[in-house]
Design a protein around this ligand. Structure first.
Ligand SMILES: Cc1ncc(C[n+]2csc(CCOP(=O)(O)OP(=O)(O)O)c2C)c(N)n1
Ligand code: SF4
Length: 282
């Protein structure tokens, strides 16, 4: 399938050079290679620069409120498990206001793919500190440098029991495309933290290009949880990208199979008798 199939024809409003372009391209390529029809896919986005993904993807799309991508995506998947559901959130969206949802989606093992556009700042609100901004970095809201220890999303996802945990880099579209394909094909919750430069408020291109290396080339075995945890905690100045961990476990939908036959989206709605309610207005 051609990637043009997923193009709404709208011109992205992102700053020239923004890492969001790489993520958009990787997603379109992944869907095309998996031969997924636009009507089989739902993209859920939060509020932020990343949220524009739903304007540029000609699939089903839901642009929800800040921090609530995972509850929405979970509800959509449960209503119609035949859909391929892909959530996109910013690091502010996913790791600040929406953080409470991540460990629960991971431990429930909902069959969806969650892609976090981790540019380490609030982009849309013009460059304030987020939970993943490195210590010492000066942002609009931390003019003397960020005093806080940053959150480790990969470690959090692993510790929460996610069955697929990966890290990508928006500057390596082909590699990211493979991660997204693997995440979509994974049966269960697939978490992908994508390192994404915000060229306007925190340009990390050079730093990331120098530091990233691929786990598959380093001989990492993604079925080894202990090794994945060690790699997630690595503090040697290098940044591994690729699949940290992958395993199989029953999904949330399977646990609800007794109530899901047929799933809500496949049920014929029964006519509702409003006569009693209407009587009150007579
Ligand atoms: C409940 C709520 N709080 C705050 C905001 C304001 N707000 C809009 S976008 C945004 C930051 C987005 O940053 P991030 O999620 O990291 O995405 P990015 O813009 O970097 O892609 C904030 C705080 C909002 N829209 N809703
Ligand atoms: S502000 Fe940053 S994240 Fe937002 S479009 Fe511009 S470069 Fe991209």
């Amino acid at each position: 399938m051609s990637i043009e199939v997923y193009d709404t024809g709208r011109r992205p409003v992102w700053c020239p050079g923004c890492g969001n372009f790489g993520i958009l391209l990787a997603l379109r390529k992944a869907l095309a290679e998996l031969k997924l029809k636009p009507e089989e896919v739902v993209i859920v986005t939060g509020i932020g620069c990343h949220g524009r993904m739903s304007d540029y993807m000609r699939t089903n799309a839901f642009h929800t409120i800040h921090g609530r991508v995972l509850p929405l995506a979970t509800g959509i998947k449960l209503a119609n498990p035949e859909l391929t559901v892909i959530g996109h959130a910013g690091d502010g969206d996913a790791y600040a206001i929406g953080l409470g949802h991540l460990p629960h989606a991971a431990r429930r093992n909902v069959d969806l793919t969650f892609i976090v556009h981790n540019n380490m700042v609030f982009g849309l609100t013009t460059g304030q500190v987020t939970p993943t901004t490195p210590r010492g970095v000066k942002t609009k809201s931390t003019p003397f440098g960020n005093p806080e220890q940053p959150l480790n999303p990969v470690l959090l996802a692993l510790a929460s029991g996610a069955t697929f945990v990966a890290r990508g880099f928006s500057g390596d579209v082909e590699h990211l495309k493979e991660l997204i394909k693997a995440g979509i094909q994974h049966k269960g919750f697939a978490f992908i933290d994508v390192l994404q430069p915000c060229v306007t408020f925190f340009n990390t291109y050079q730093m990331l290009r120098e530091k990233v290396y691929k786990l598959e080339e380093a001989g990492h075995d993604p079925s080894d949880l202990e090794s994945a945890l060690r790699l997630a905690m690595l503090q040697d100045g290098r940044i591994p990208i690729g699949i940290f961990y992958k395993t199989q476990a029953p999904t949330f939908e399977e646990a609800f199979s007794h109530a899901m036959n047929p799933p809500p989206a496949r049920r014929t709605p029964k006519p509702v008798d409003l006569s009693r309610a209407l009587k009150r207005f007579k």
